[in-house]
Design a protein around this ligand. Structure first.
Ligand SMILES: [Cu+2]
Length: 220
């Protein structure tokens, strides 16, 4: 698909879209042709499927006053207990260069939860298990997924470009602050083992770093 043709430029350039790649080409003597995004020329291989449950009645399993939070709201992973936020805990650990399908489930009663997954935008595959339930305006890339009461949203997400530590949380302030948030982490360029980043411990005297206190078995 031809996007534009910069015929008026001193060295005419052609910019075209080929699948996921953007190609910019010009006279070899003036502008070397290159492809942006050529390394990501299609969906990455599906590596894992994870389910997250959002609701109240969460357990506070840790009590570090710096890293853990107290509140009725929490997130369960793969059918495990709903847990209060603790940013020393790693709840999911996708491999770099792969794609996963994450299913978000609302079991929190009458609340909608606008779930924000940091890092790359994903695509909604289904609502309540069916692609036909996804309205046209939700078929683009998104990073916040509105989760209706008792509903599910199934999302395809790719983990590219950066490894490191990321968050997933409800964007209702009364939920994220009490304590509907979790930490997940992309491993080190596809290493078969997670080498997690140290947890930053912010205090008035400055930030120190500690190893994670907990990595859920269901993270992998
Ligand atoms: Cu919420």
């Amino acid at each position: 698909m031809l996007l534009c043709d910069l015929a008026q430029a001193a060295a005419p350039l052609t910019i075209a879209k080929d699948g996921f790649a953007i190609k910019i080409e010009g006279p070899a003597a003036d502008v070397p042709a290159f492809e942006a995004g050529a390394a990501h020329a299609g969906p990455d291989p599906l590596d894992n499927q994870v389910a997250f449950q959002f609701g109240d009645g969460a357990d506070r399993t840790t009590d570090d006053p710096v890293t853990s939070f107290r509140g009725p709201w929490g997130i369960g992973t793969n059918g495990g207990d709903k847990l209060d936020a603790d940013f020393g805990r790693i709840s999911a650990a996708p491999h770099a260069g792969t794609r996963e399908i994450w299913t978000l489930k609302n079991d929190g009663g009458d609340w909608d939860h606008p779930i924000h997954i940091h890092f790359e935008e994903g695509r909604i595959l289904a609502r309540n298990g069916s692609a036909s339930n996804v309205p046209a305006w939700e078929r683009g890339r998104k990073d916040i997924y509105r989760l209706h009461p008792d509903g599910t949203v199934t999302v395809s997400i790719q983990f590219r470009d950066f490894a490191g530590m990321f968050m997933e949380h409800c964007h209702n302030t009364t939920h994220e602050d009490n304590a509907m948030l979790l930490r997940w982490e992309i491993d080190d360029n596809g290493s078969p083992f997670l080498r997690p980043l140290p947890t930053p411990i912010p205090k008035p005297q400055g930030v120190t770093f500690e190893p994670p206190t907990e990595i859920l078995k269901s993270a992998f």
